[in-house]
Design a binder for this molecule. Structure first.
Ligand code: SF4
Length: 111
């Protein structure tokens, strides 16, 4: 009987140790997901795609690809939390784009 209890204790302690060891890994994964470098306006691809951090300042007369109301937060290629200020984008791997931004690769959510 005491061998059985000892075995149960050993399993419990082993499980707790593994869970404790995994905690820092979970924290690192969360931090990395939330801390990509911001895409800069002087990035060559950003320039080529007319990326801006403030879509509301675009004028469809001077930027015909822009449709009023379009921004990164309502683009199908945006991969972040749509309520966050910045998030990843499929077009700019390894960078966060501004949710209020826009580029000419914008894909409307209803498309
Ligand atoms: Fe923003 Fe979409 Fe352009 Fe990415 S593809 S920068 S989410 S508009």
């Amino acid at each position: 009987m005491s061998e059985r209890i000892n075995e149960q204790r050993r399993r419990l302690l082993s499980s707790l140790a593994m869970a404790a060891a995994a905690l820092p890994l979970l924290r690192v994964g969360t931090a990395q997901a939330a801390s990509l470098p911001h895409l800069t306006l002087d990035d060559p691809t950003a320039k080529a795609l007319h990326y801006t951090e403030n879509a509301s300042q675009l004028d469809p007369k001077t930027q015909p690809a822009y449709k009023p109301g379009a921004d990164c937060a309502n683009c199908q290629l945006y991969q972040g939390d749509r309520k966050a200020a910045w998030g990843p984008c499929a077009v700019f791997p390894g960078k966060d784009v501004k949710a209020s931004g826009w580029c000419s690769s914008h894909v409307d959510m209803s498309s």
